[in-house]
Design a binder for this molecule. Structure first.
Ligand SMILES: Cc1cc2nc3c(=O)[nH]c(=O)nc-3n(C[C@H](O)[C@H](O)[C@H](O)COP(=O)(O)OP(=O)(O)OC[C@H]3O[C@@H](n4cnc5c(N)ncnc54)[C@H](O)[C@@H]3O)c2cc1C
Length: 388
């Protein structure tokens, strides 16, 4: 290893938590982010967004939310939280610095950035699981004449007033955006569902319960959650949302797909048919959308809440550390290659808290390594951005 210095890629929650945990252990660390402000993912999200995990389950290590923050912090409260967290731990965050690629160096790693190369003994990649908006390659997608946007581009319902809008995908974002549109004056709102989602009602203690259930056998945990669903949500089969055969925890384990966490008013809007559930999208043409049940509809706009990809291939695709879906093969703060770790790539309930825990685990291991090599945790040096 070259110098004991550590580079963290990404100034979102996972990257900031990693850097803070390293700083607390006296390990020199620099955080690189391509954006021009900390917490850029949150800054770009829609106006109505609040955390679906209560603030007690969304804390980063050593970081309380400011007094007065809501139970489910808003987007702007989350941004303020991240800013004050970075300030509190006096993190060395270098903005407008895009990491293009990471290469094995003679003695550690060379992080190739838009500002030059940085040498580091340890690298933590925290560029975000929800990195690159993904829209399926539906036949005719390019022919659709109305606006077709990803949920990541959606801000508020204003541009869709009086419009007929199709939202695609029944995850947290899809459900909430459909509700936002229905509340915000869209003339008609449909939600296209290919696979019925698992759903949990947003509640302050929900993440704690989910984390406890996560330790149980998935089929047992699923039975408990389905019982709760039948009490809290009821049977939505007649509205097009039957209870899926594969429960929350089995699906989470098999596919890494987290359940939709929604508010009761969204469920009510579905029951009132202010949000109409329709079949999945098959194809598009100039003026309409063909659905998988043979129906054709003619929405004026389509919002695709169809997920994200990690987008890590250009950076680390050559290092044999990604699985076939482009997700890091090791995501729990442990090295995937000597000195290389990924934090924030496990889409589970209360992901923020989980990332914090993984950050702590990684920082402990890195501090131990630095101590072993230098005799003191503060012995490492960070090479400046721009130095090659
Ligand atoms: C709409 C939405 C709502 C969510 N709500 C919750 C919630 O309520 N509770 C919860 O626990 N989780 C939630 N999550 C999941 C997750 O916790 C958040 O997305 C969280 O922001 C992830 O943190 P992160 O640091 O891993 O990634 P991000 O917040 O995405 O941060 C990654 C950072 O890396 C930077 N970056 C990426 N690539 C590069 C590069 N090549 N070079 C330099 N910088 C780079 C980006 O600019 C960004 O600042 C939500 C996710 C979404 C999409």
């Amino acid at each position: 290893m070259s110098n004991g210095g550590t580079v963290v890629i990404g100034a979102g929650p996972a990257g900031l938590a990693s850097a803070a945990e390293l700083r607390r252990r006296g390990v020199p660390v620099v955080v690189l982010d391509q954006a021009d402000a900390i917490g850029s993912s949150w800054r770009g999200r829609y106006d109505r967004l609040r955390l679906n995990t209560s603030r007690w389950f969304a804390k980063l290590p050593g970081g309380r939310y400011a007094r007065g923050t809501g139970t489910f912090p808003s987007r702007d409260e989350m941004v303020a939280y991240l800013e004050s967290y970075a300030e509190r731990y006096q993190l060395d965050v270098r903005l407008r610095t895009r990491v293009e690629r990471i290469d094995r160096g003679a003695d550690g790693w060379t992080v190739r950035t838009s500002g030059g190369d940085v040498a580091a003994a340890h690298v933590i990649v925290a560029g975000g699981y929800d990195h690159t908006p993904f829209i399926p390659d539906w036949p005719g997608r390019g022919r659709f004449e109305g606006p077709l946007l990803h949920a990541a581009q959606y801000r508020n319902p204003d541009p869709f007033r009086d419009a007929d809008v199709l939202v695609v995908g029944p995850g947290c974002s899809g459900m909430e955006i459909a509700y936002d549109l229905a509340e915000g004056g869209a003339r008609k709102v449909r939600l296209a569902v290919r696979t019925p989602p698992n759903m949990l009602v947003r509640s302050p203690m929900g993440p704690g319960i989910a984390l406890t259930l996560l330790r149980m056998r998935p089929d047992r945990a699923d039975r408990i959650v389905n019982f709760a669903r039948s009490k809290e949500i009821g049977d939505l089969s007649e509205y097009g949302l039957p209870v899926p055969e594969e429960g929350v925890f089995t699906r989470l384990r098999r596919l890494g797909v987290a359940p939709a966490i929604i508010d009761k008013h969204v469920i009510q809007a579905i029951k009132d048919r202010r949000i109409e559930i329709v079949a999945g999208v098959e194809s598009l043409d100039e003026t309409g959308v063909q659905l998988s049940d043979g129906t054709r509809i003619e929405p004026e706009a389509v919002v695709a809440a169809t997920g994200y990809r990690c987008g890590l291939e250009p950076m680390v695709g050559h290092l044999d550390v990604l699985d076939p879906d482009g997700v890091p093969r090791v995501v729990d703060g442990v090295e995937v290659a000597p000195g290389l770790r990924f934090i924030g790539y496990m889409p589970i309930p209360a992901q923020l808290r989980h990332s914090g825990r993984m950050a702590r685990r990684a920082a402990k291991a890195i501090a131990g390594d630095v101590r072993a090599r230098t005799g003191a945790a503060s012995g490492g040096q960070i090479a400046a951005v721009g130095a090659s």
